[in-house]
Design a protein around this ligand. Structure first.
Ligand code: NAP
Length: 342
């Protein structure tokens, strides 16, 4: 038996990637689509079409069979009809809708609304699956049949995945500068072409604070961390330049080995062959060439060098709307199903 599944925010960038990640999924049966009142009552095709132009943003083709599925008003969705809801809406909408859903069923969220609550886990399956136990606390304190399990911000994901194998040397401090893709800003309002073409925007509202807080919650430890988040004219795939100070300094070879040997103890349908792929070519990783590695679930690392200031530095690329959003959310759902929470 497959789990009855709905996507809320199904017309957006992450919602579309969720359709791709759930298409023909062996465990989750995608039976309902929901979005705002603007889309409610339309077919999926009508909801994403403007003047005949189809707003499908995923690289993978849109499955034909979804053209005529009716989009429901998320505010009127009956959560007791589902085992699991993937919530792919902005934080203000999530804050209102997700608790209503979680009273009845599992909610996997890509929004930030509940990420920082003490009884809410913030899990990346290969990094900190042990946080699943917070769900019991959440259910008890909130008296919910279901729960909310958010994934981290898309910029946090690649950083936390690469810091985890380095933690055997003890993370002391981290400096990270990101070069983030435009799709990370979503479709509405998104980033205007006029602002981003031929340009770099050195500020993303709230992003640096999110990454700094989330990395420490995921790794369950306090360390000094300072980030600068920028937006660049790349479609998909966040690039990050990371500097790390370790308690016990690691050689380049030790760091390389730690990244390459890092494997996921969580083995599910989505688990990629490699959690981290290390490049020796000094011109890699690049978002255009490397973001789809492992179906967009592998974090690509290169330019591992020693650093005269903090000790170690490297560059990573992580697919923001796959591993950093929808595909990462589906991987988390698989972990929660395996552990008996769904
Ligand atoms: N983009 C990324 O790479 C990325 C990565 C990680 C996390 N996230 C997070 O994921 C969430 C979705 O991001 P996105 O980039 O997919 O945004 P988006 O492209 O702007 O899509 C937003 C979705 O929310 C729906 N929506 C808006 N108001 C609603 C309401 N009142 N009730 C129900 N649905 C409503 C929209 O439906 P209509 O079409 O009907 O307006 C649309 O489906 C955000 O919290 C974002 O921070 C995004």
């Amino acid at each position: 038996m497959k789990y009855k599944t709905a996507i809320v925010g199904v017309t957006g960038i992450v919602g579309q990637q969720a359709i791709v990640a759930l298409n023909n999924h062996p465990q989750f049966d995608l039976i309902s689509f929901a979005a705002s009142e603007r889309s409610a009552g339309k077919t999926y095709r009508q909801a994403i079409e403007t003047n005949g132009i189809v707003g499908w943003y995923a690289d993978d083709p849109m499955p034909e069979e979804i053209n005529n599925i009716k989009v429901q008003d998320a505010g009127k969705l009956d959560p007791s009809d589902y085992d699991i809801i993937f919530s792919c809406v902005d934080a203000d909408v999530a804050r209102e809708l997700e608790p209503k859903f979680a009273k009845h069923c599992a909610v996997i969220s890509t929004a930030s609304a509940f990420r920082y609550d003490n009884d809410v886990p913030l899990i990346i399956p290969p990094v900190n699956p042990e946080q699943v136990s917070l769900i019991e606390k959440q259910r008890k304190t909130r008296n919910w049949k279901g729960f909310i399990a958010p994934i981290p911000n898309c910029t946090t994901t690649g950083l936390a995945i690469t810091l985890k194998p380095l933690d055997q040397f003890g993370i002391e401090s981290v400096i990270m500068t990101s070069l983030q893709a435009v799709s990370g800003a979503g479709r509405s309002p998104g980033v205007r072409a006029l602002d981003i073409i031929d340009n770099v925007i050195p500020y993303i509202v709230g992003e640096e604070e999110k990454v700094e807080k989330e990395a420490q919650k995921i790794l369950n430890k306090k360390f000094d961390i300072s980030c600068t988040c920028t937006r660049v004219p790349v479609l998909n795939g966040h690039t990050e330049s990371v500097f790390v100070q370790l308690k016990k300094p690691a050689t380049i070879e030790q760091a390389e080995k730690a990244f390459s040997n890092f494997s996921s103890s969580v083995k599910t349908h989505s688990t990629p062959k490699q959690v981290i792929k290390v490049f020796s070519d000094p011109s890699r990783p690049q978002p255009r060439l490397d973001r789809e590695t492992g179906n967009g679930l592998t974090t690509c690392v290169g330019r591992i060098r020693s650093d005269p200031v903090l000790g170690l530095k490297y560059v990573l690329v992580s697919h923001n709307s796959k591993m950093g959003a929808a595909a990462g959310a589906v991987w988390l759902a698989e972990l929660l199903e395996q552990r008996g929470y769904i």
